[in-house]
Design a protein around this ligand. Structure first.
Ligand code: ADP
Ligand code: ADP
Length: 218
């Protein structure tokens, strides 16, 4: 469960997100839909404490991210692909992240399998394609087996097989009762993946409804 109340973020003289409120329920896939600059990433960064709100609150599992006692077990996120050392292998990157958070090597093995990276796990991340990088980002997000997943444009850079794989994965994770939030600027992606859609435009919520309301034409 994710809840935003009057969430506002101002950068300099630019209001990225303005008094946004929403609830994101567990057990389904929710999509943030909107064009570039709509405020999707900003909302997600606020959710995981990468930025602080200028006003309002956003909580995951009833708490601010900074107050979660086991953040990796509560929330996994794919945001900008930063912090991956290009000289490192995918496996050693995941192992280091796991070690920091007291997660077992066995779990590293599992997420490599789950994301289809096992065969390239010992290769340098610097030589990865965009799609492989996305898979590694998703593997990192899954590492803590989190109740809440927040994925910013997860299908970016993936080949058609990868796109189908992400959709299936997100549907599966939601079916296990997790809270799954993805962003996309593509309505078609929402129609394929999301149960519920929150449309953002110029930093405000423009619509918030089940996907059926967007695709039935009524
Ligand atoms: P989206 O993810 O929907 O493309 P963003 O949340 O990235 O939108 O951006 C929303 C608005 O806030 C944009 O106008 C963007 O330029 C601005 N913005 C986002 N992050 C920053 C930042 N760190 N500094 C200044 N402006 C920012
Ligand atoms: P730092 O101390 O430099 O922030 P961390 O390794 O603690 O380094 O985390 C880097 C950033 O990634 C943090 O700002 C944190 O909010 C975010 N982060 C850490 N763990 C997760 C996670 N499981 N899901 C999403 N974001 C996370």
């Amino acid at each position: 469960m994710i809840e935003a109340r009057g969430l506002t973020k101002v950068y300099g003289n630019k209001t990225a997100v303005r008094e946004v409120s929403f609830s994101i329920a567990p057990g389904q896939v929710t999509g943030f839909l909107g064009p570039n600059g709509a405020g999707k990433s900003t909302c997600m960064r606020l959710m995981v404490g990468l930025d602080r709100p200028s006003a309002g609150t956003v909580t995951v599992q009833g708490q601010r991210y900074a107050d979660l006692s086991a953040p990796m077990a509560e929330v996994g996120a794919l945001l900008d692909a930063k912090g991956v050392h290009p000289g490192r292998s995918a496996r050693s990157h995941l192992r280091a992240l796991a070690a920091t958070h007291g997660i077992s090597d066995r779990r590293v093995h599992e997420v490599l399998e789950q994301t289809g990276l096992s065969a390239v796990a010992n290769r340098r991340v610097g030589g990865f394609s965009l799609g492989m990088g996305q898979r590694l980002g998703i593997a990192s997000a899954l590492l803590g087996d989190p109740r809440v997943l927040i994925l910013d444009e997860p299908i970016n850079g993936l080949d058609p097989d990868g796109v189908l794989w992400v959709r299936k994965l997100l549907r599966h994770l939601a079916s296990e009762g997790r809270t799954v939030l993805l962003s996309s600027h593509l309505m078609s992606e929402m129609a394929q993946t999301a149960d519920h859609v929150i449309v953002l435009g110029r930093g405000e919520v423009v619509a918030d409804a089940p996907i059926q309301e967007f695709i039935s034409g009524g």
